[in-house]
Design a protein around this ligand. Structure first.
Ligand code: 5MM
Length: 354
């Protein structure tokens, strides 16, 4: 195993106050988001949108890594420069989503299991040659009256661990993403219990499959009440429930945790990350950052609307959202920064923030 390479990539991904941008929406998900924003759903619009993202000036100040999708990793700008090369030039490590989506789990109505292990070794070799140095696989856990079942959690965590082992064999850092969905009206307590069960099962499987925990990144959900629950939790309560759950389940040897946003508004996702840093300063054994998709991209996509004349404005908004998350990682975010045209950005430190 290429241990040193894995540790060095994981450390670089967690450096300073930076974080990750998930821009790995599969064609179906990207088209769904485009349809909601009134953007035509074609290959060319998807390419143009990804060009807007990767050519955002100074994005490398905010991001350590960006997660691409198979379609995107082969695409180029209109002028013919590969997106993956633009990212590398900006100092952003390219990553790739390698799961093939969540499908219904046989025998377990209402639950999903993620596919994608077949041929994964060969795909990883190819992605490594293209320049990807980390990968992502997402498992979906659904809270309902009778779910998640033990069998569903076990199946998904086993797959995540098998994927992680294959990535490490190929010098690629696996992002392991067990997402407990926000859909439903469950309480924050229920989310906490389920997340705890899932994370404990995950680390058990990672150990069984001999995955080196020094060379992985965990991408979990924050602990939140369901979107339909009328009793939403305060920012401090979410920070507390999330950090306590992670402290219980995630071994300190894991270098970093990068949250998904999961359907939270961009402002709330940033505020939650900030509260974790403010309230638990010096008490976190791993680096804690963001790996948001919607919570970084959505305002920019809404502004772009598929129109060339909006590209610059959309890039400005994208940059601002990413830099506000850097501020949150430093514990320096305040809601009034949302109104500022150019929120003050302090100098990036290369130190890993604990
Ligand atoms: C949970 O989704 C991941 C994080 O995105 P959010 O911050 O918006 O929650 C994200 O990386 C997701 O896995 C990708 O968008 C790909 O999703 P699909 O469903 O297309 O595989």
């Amino acid at each position: 195993m290429k241990t040193e390479e894995l540790i060095s990539t994981a450390t670089a991904l967690m450096a300073g106050d930076k974080g990750l941008l998930a821009m790995d929406e599969s064609t179906g998900t990207c088209n769904k988001r485009f349809a909601e924003a009134g953007i035509p759903q074609t290959v060319e619009y998807r390419r143009a949108y990804r060009e807007l993202i990767v050519t955002t000036p100074n994005l490398g100040n905010c991001l350590s890594g960006a997660i691409l999708y198979d379609e995107t990793i082969y695409q180029s700008t209109k002028k013919g420069m590969l997106f993956i090369d633009i990212l590398k030039k900006a100092g952003i490590i390219p990553g790739i989503k390698v799961d093939e989506g969540a499908v219904n789990m046989a025998g377990f109505p209402g639950e999903k299991v993620t596919e994608g292990l077949d041929g994964l070794r060969q795909r990883l070799e190819k992605y490594y040659d293209l320049g990807a140095r980390f990968a992502k696989w997402r498992a979906v856990i659904i809270i309902n009256e009778d779910t998640p079942t033990k069998a569903n959690i076990e199946a998904n965590m086993h797959l995540l661990a098998r994927y992680a082992g294959l990535c490490q064999e190929n010098g690629i850092v696996p992002i392991v993403e067990p997402e407990v969905l926000m859909d439903g009206d469950h309480s924050i307590k229920r989310c906490q219990k389920v997340t705890e069960k899932v994370l404990k099962a995950l680390f058990k499987q990672l150990e069984k499959q001999r995955v080196d925990l020094r060379g992985i990144i965990l991408k979990p959900n924050m602990v939140l009440p369901g979107l339909k629950n009328t009793k939403q939790a305060s920012i401090n309560k979410v920070a507390k429930a999330t950090v306590n759950t992670l402290l219980k389940c995630v071994p300190p040897i894991v270098p970093g945790i990068a949250f998904l946003s999961g359907g939270q508004s961009p402002e709330l996702a940033t505020a939650h990350l900030n509260a974790m840093h403010v309230n638990y300063k010096g008490k976190l054994p791993w680096a804690l950052t963001f790996s948001f998709a919607r919570a970084i991209q959505q305002p920019a996509m809404d502004l772009w609307k598929g129109d060339d004349k909006n590209v610059k404005a959309a890039q400005k908004v994208l940059y601002k959202r990413a830099s506000l998350n850097n501020a949150a990682r430093r514990g320096e975010y305040t809601p009034d920064m949302e109104q500022e045209e150019n929120p003050k950005l302090t100098v990036m430190s290369q130190k890993v923030i604990g």
